[in-house]
Design a binder for this molecule. Structure first.
Ligand SMILES: [Zn+2]
Length: 276
């Protein structure tokens, strides 16, 4: 029985095709994980944002630092406090000349971001009908649909032309056509190329239309999430807040005097623009 099993194992050699497939899957996974790195790997940290927060002066990454301090209480007892700050990595390491502030107290930054974010989601959630947001998107869908119809007509015509010429070629072979075969050949070539081009155009436009429709449904989905977030964000756990934030924004830049600039995801930015 054991021997039998060993033989079985030996014969289980992976074909090169399967091996390649497995390699590709692994490659895809590793690139995907890089693309997703904006989502914090360690969401247990204390800060609301880590990894996508930058210095508004030099563009460098802001990193968290902690420093301990012992405070003497009134009753004579001592108490240790921990101070957590975001500092500009470039400035701290003197990598690049940075005229920004050296550090920003973490909880002040986080509170300010939360406040700005809450305002933004409540503004967007107040839109009753996401179709208002989609209007400009739907316009592009309508335009694409019209183009697609024209392309379909062109393709039908190209198809009919090509069929007609094929018929002439058949007649020429049977000797019933008066058209010289050289001319027929070149006409058939032209008709064939026109048909191929029409088919390509149609395929391209169908793809564009599918993308545009998907984009609209994505906006609708995100708007739906925003309405939920607007109700639960302030009572959410730090973990949940982080997840909501990382899925909504690309990066945050902080400048002197706690000036905060939030760069939201493309879809959210478009919604905000539509409101202006
Ligand atoms: Zn800086």
């Amino acid at each position: 029985m054991v021997i039998h099993f060993q033989i079985l194992l030996k014969t289980c050699i992976i074909s090169s095709e399967v091996f390649e497939k497995a390699q590709n899957i692994m490659k895809l996974r590793s690139t995907n994980s890089k693309a997703d790195r904006i989502i914090p790997l360690n969401t247990k940290g204390q800060s609301l944002l880590s990894g996508n927060i930058f210095c508004g002066h030099c563009g460098g990454r802001l990193v968290l630092t902690t420093s301990g301090k012992v405070v003497r209480m009134r009753n004579g007892e001592t108490k240790g406090t921990k101070r957590i700050r975001y500092i500009c990595y470039n400035k701290a390491r003197r990598h690049i000349e940075c005229d920004g502030q050296t550090g920003y107290t973490m909880h002040l930054v986080d509170e300010a971001i939360e406040e700005l974010f809450t305002k933004m989601i409540s503004r967007l959630a107040a839109i009753d009908n996401p179709a208002v947001i989609n209007n400009f998107q739907e316009e592009s869908v309508t335009k694409l649909q019209q183009k697609l119809e024209t392309a379909e007509l062109k393709m039908e015509k190209a198809h009919a032309d090509y069929s007609a010429i094929k018929q002439k070629v058949k007649e020429s072979i049977s000797g019933t056509s008066q058209i010289p075969s050289g001319l027929l050949d070149s006409l058939a070539d032209d008709a064939y190329h026109t048909l191929i081009q029409a088919e390509d155009k149609l395929r391209f436009l169908s793809g564009e239309l599918t993308d545009a429709k998907e984009h609209i449904s994505e906006i609708t989905k995100i708007h739906h999430s925003i309405r939920i977030w607007s109700r639960i964000f302030d009572i959410s756990s730090c973990e949940a807040k982080k997840m909501i934030l990382t899925s909504s924004l690309k990066r945050v830049e902080i400048s002197k005097g706690y000036k905060i600039n939030i760069i939201y995801s493309d879809v959210i930015q478009k919604m905000m623009e539509a409101l202006e």
